[in-house]
Design a protein around this ligand. Structure first.
Ligand SMILES: Nc1ncnc2c1ncn2[C@@H]1O[C@H](COP(=O)(O)OP(=O)(O)O)[C@@H](O)[C@H]1O
Ligand SMILES: [Mg+2]
Length: 246
C-alpha cells in the first residue's frame, strides 16, 4: 500500500536517511522508534513531502512517484492522501477547533461549507470534543489541541496517517487521553505510522515496530520480537536506555 524504495535524504552534505526501504500494508499500524536524531521525523516528513528526498520512489496505492522528478500534481496528490499530526499540534491560533478541521476541506477540497461543518463536527465527536467546536486553541488543553489535530488529519480521509511523537509535548496527565484517541482511529483501513517513545503503547497497538538509528532502519519486526528478542545489538541497547528494567 505504502512502498518506499531506496529513499535518500540529505541536509546539505549530511545524509540523514540512507537508502530506506519500507513496505506498509493497507490498514497496518507501524510504530517507529529510535534515538533522537535517527531520522524518524525526517522519514515521516519525506513521506508527505514536507521535506524533499533527493532520491528514491514513493508509492501510495497504485501511484508510484520518483521523488527526483516530482511534478506539482504528484506532490499535491501525495499530500492529499496523507494526514500529519505533529508533536506541537500546529493548529491555527486564530481559528476555532471546528474551523481548524474544516479549513482544509473548504479551501483545499472545495467542499461546501455546510458539508465541511457537518463532517468537522462528526470528527470532533469522534475525538470527544464536540462541545469544543467553537473554542480557540488557547482555550484548550494540550491534550485537547492534539485531539483536534488528530481530527483534522482524518478530515481528508487520508490513506496514511503520520503521527510524529503526538504525546511528547504533553503534560503526563494528558498523555492517556491522546493515546486513547489514537487507539480509537485504528480502523484497519487507514495505514498508520506512529513515531513514539511510548513503548508500552507501541507494543500494544502496533502490528510492526521499526527501529531506526543513524538514518537507517536497523530492525523491522513484530512487537513481540523487537521487545523480547531483538536481533540487533543496537536495538537492544536502545531499549535498555528507554526501559532500564528490560
Ligand atoms: N531542517 C533541517 N536541517 C538540517 N538538519 C536537519 C533538519 N532537520 C533535521 N536535521 C537533522 O537530521 C537528523 C535527523 O533528524 P530527525 O529526523 O529530526 O530525527 P528524529 O526525529 O529521529 O529525532 C538529525 O541529525 C537532525 O539534526
Ligand atoms: Mg523527531
Amino acid at each position: 500500500m505504502l512502498t518506499i524504495t531506496n529513499l535518500n535524504k540529505f541536509y546539505g552534505t549530511t545524509q540523514v536517511l540512507r537508502d530506506i526501504n519500507l513496505q506498509v500494508a493497507k490498514g497496518e499500524v507501524v510504530a517507529v522508534i529510535g534515538p533522537s536524531g535517527s531520522g524518524k521525523s525526517t522519514l515521516l516528513r519525506c513521506i508527505n513531502l514536507l521535506e524533499k528526498p533527493q532520491s528514491g520512489t514513493l508509492a501510495l496505492g497504485d501511484r508510484v512517484v520518483d521523488v527526483a522528478k516530482l511534478t506539482a500534481k504528484q506532490e499535491n496528490e501525495l499530500r492529499q492522501q496523507t494526514g500529519m499530526v505533529f508533536q506541537h499540534y500546529n493548529l491555527f491560533k486564530n481559528k476555532t477547533a471546528l474551523e481548524n478541521i474544516t479549513e482544509g476541506l473548504i479551501i483545499g477540497k472545495k467542499m461546501p461549507k455546510q458539508e465541511a461543518n457537518a463532517l468537522g463536527l462528526s470528527l470532533l465527536e469522534k475525538v470527544g470534543l464536540r462541545e469544543k467546536a467553537d473554542s480557540y486553541p488557547a482555550m484548550l488543553s494540550g491534550g485537547q489541541q492534539q485531539r483536534v489535530a488528530i481530527a483534522r488529519s482524518l478530515a481528508v480521509k487520508p490513506k496514511v496517517i503520520l503521527l510524529d511523537e503526538p504525546t511528547s509535548a504533553l503534560d503526563p496527565e494528558l498523555v492517556q487521553e491522546v493515546l486513547q484517541v489514537i487507539r480509537s482511529i485504528i480502523d484497519h483501513e487507514t495505514t498508520i505510522l506512529l513515531v513514539t517513545h511510548e513503548m508500552s503503547f507501541a507494543r500494544d497497538i502496533a502490528d510492526r515496530i521499526i527501529f531506526m538509528a543513524d538514518g537507517v532502519i536497523v530492525e523491522d519486526a513484530s512487537p513481540a520480537v523487537i521487545f523480547t528478542q531483538p536481533k540487533h545489538e543496537r536495538t537492544r541497547r536502545f531499549l535498555q536506555t528507554v526501559n532500564p528494567e528490560h
